[in-house]
Design a protein around this ligand. Sequence first.
Ligand code: ATP
Ligand code: MG
Ligand code: FE
Length: 337
Amino acid sequence: FIVIGIESSCDETSCAVIKNGREVLSNIISSQVDIHKKFGGVVPEVASRKHVEVISNVVKEALEEAKISLSDIDLVAATYGPGLVGALLVGLSYAKGLALSLNKPFVGVNHIEGHIAANYIAHKDLEPPYLCLVVSGGHTHLVLVKDYTEFEVLGRTRDDAAGEAYDKVARALGLGYPGGPLIDRIAKEGNEYAVDFPKAYLEDGSFDFSFSGLKSAVLNYLNKMNMTGKEIKREDVAASFQRAVVEILVEKTVKAAQKYNMNKICLAGGVAANSKLKLEMSNECEKRGIKFYYPPVSLCTDNAAMIAAAGYYNYKSGIVSNLGLNAYPSLKIGQRL
Ligand code: ATP
Ligand code: MG
Ligand code: FE
C-alpha cells in the first residue's frame, strides 16, 4: 500500500513516498532556512511563495527516488494544520489536485499527529498505547496516545513552546537561527550548574508547562551581565538554560507515565533531536523499567514521511477527507474536520 505525503506547514517543503505505513521509499525535504535566517525567524509570505516555487520539483524527486509512477499511489496525504495558512494551502491544494487527477482517496493530516507518527517509521514494533512528549517549534504537548488516531492531551505549554524558548535564548546569545541545534552543540562545552535559572512547575499535579519565565530569566541575566560589564560565558548560559528545560520536561513526562500506567514513552517534534533531552529521558526511563523511543534527527524536524505515516493510519481507521477540506492554522490534536 503506497502513500504519498506532502508537508508545507512552515518553512520546509517536503514530499515522501512510504510503503505499508512504515517503510520510507523517499523523503525529499527542501528547507527554506537559509532564506529566513537573515530575518531571525520565518516570514510567512516569503514561505508561501517559496513553497509554490519548489513543490512540483520536490514531488517529482520523491517519485523518482522511490522508483514509482503516479499510478502506483494508493493514497494521498497532506498536512492541513496547524501551521501558517498560506504555507499550508500550497501543499494541501497540490495534494488535493493530485488525488483528484489520480482518482485516489485523499486524507488531511494534523502536523502534530504527524510528528508523533515519525516514531512508527523509526520503530517497526511500536504500537499504542504510549505516552508521547511532543516538543516542537510551536507546540509542547504531553499526549496519551491511546490508539493510532486517538489522543488525549494531558498537558500543554501555557506560553512559549520549548523550541521557541530555545530559539529566543539562542538569539539573545547571538547564536543564529534556528537556535535549538546551536544551543545543543555549545552546551556540551558549558557548565550546566553555572547559573541557577528558575523552573516553573505550576500547580501540584499539573502536566502543563511554562517556559516564558525561564526565557525572561535568561534575558535578564544577560542584560545584568552586560550592564555590569561582566564576561558572559555563552556555553555556561546555554548549558544552564538547557538543564532547566530538560529537567522540567523529563520530570513531568515520567510522572505522567506513572500516573497513567504507561510503560512506553516516545519523543516527537524538532526538540526531540536534543541530545541532552534524549540522554536524561533515557536514564530516567531505564531506572523505572519504561521503554523509551525517539525518532532519528532527520525525522524529528519537519518532513513528509511522518505525514504519510499518519495519513496511512488515518485511512486504516476509516478517516478520509473530501476535496473541499480547507487549511486550518489552529487545528488541535485529535480534532477532525
Ligand atoms: P510545529 O511543529 O510546532 O508546527 P515547527 O514545525 O516549526 O513547529 P519543528 O520542525 O518540529 O517545529 O522543530 C523545529 C524546532 O526544533 C526549532 O525550534 C528548533 O530550534 C528545535 N530544535 C531542532 N533541533 C534541536 C536540538 N538539537 N535541540 C533543541 N531544539 C532543537
Ligand atoms: Mg522548519
Ligand atoms: Fe513541525
